[in-house]
Design a binder for this molecule. Structure first.
Ligand code: GDP
Ligand code: MG
Length: 160
């Protein structure tokens, strides 16, 4: 363990990434996890989970008044999701870039939604939109003991 090569703790952020039920049903789990792994972020939590309605409503509470809210809750609870916590410097904004625009038809090629999806209502993946929401969502979706703290042996090869 080479502490001087590891980013200082205050720079490190966490984000909540979730493969939605369409991503699981379409066999995209490995493909999507790979993109975050290859980029160089550290996985600290991972589980397949059937989301209860109350949790989906809490997660998307800011969208409660939107006309698509009932359909969104039905979609997210329609099958298992893959819940992930990822850690790294700048991981929140970078994950949003890797994911691409909310509407997959507007998402750039090379992004997950740009490459793998065609409609907003089936956009395969979620990513937190701020470090605060990253923490809030990880707390919401993971119980104590489900997250792992470990030393990323690649660290000295990812950052100077
Ligand atoms: P995100 O942060 O890019 O996921 O987008 P938002 O936070 O704006 O919306 C959350 C999720 O709600 C999106 O990823 C979509 O799954 C869904 N959503 C947003 N807008 C619409 C819409 O106009 N129609 C439908 N059916 N779903 C939507
Ligand atoms: Mg959002």
């Amino acid at each position: 363990f080479l502490p001087h090569l590891v980013a200082s703790m205050e720079e490190v952020e966490e984000t909540y990434i979730m493969i939605k039920p369409d991503g699981v049903q379409r066999g995209l789990v490995g493909e999507i996890i790979s993109r975050f792994e290859r980029k160089g972020f550290k996985l600290t939590g991972l589980k397949l989970f059937q989301c209860p309605k109350e949790l989906a409503e809490e997660h998307y509470k800011d969208l409660k008044t939107k006309p698509f809210f009932p359909k969104l809750i039905e979609y997210i609870t329609s099958g298992p999701v893959v819940c992930m916590a990822w850690e790294g410097v700048g991981v929140v904004a970078s994950a949003r870039k890797l994911i691409g625009a909310t509407n997959p038809l507007q998402a750039e090629p090379g992004t997950i939604r740009g490459d793998l999806a065609v409609q907003t209502g089936r956009n395969v993946v979620h990513g937190s939109d701020s470090p605060e929401n990253g923490k809030r969502e990880i707390d919401l979706w993971f119980k104590e003991g489900e997250l792992c703290q470990w030393v990323h042996v690649q660290a000295p090869w990812l950052r100077e």
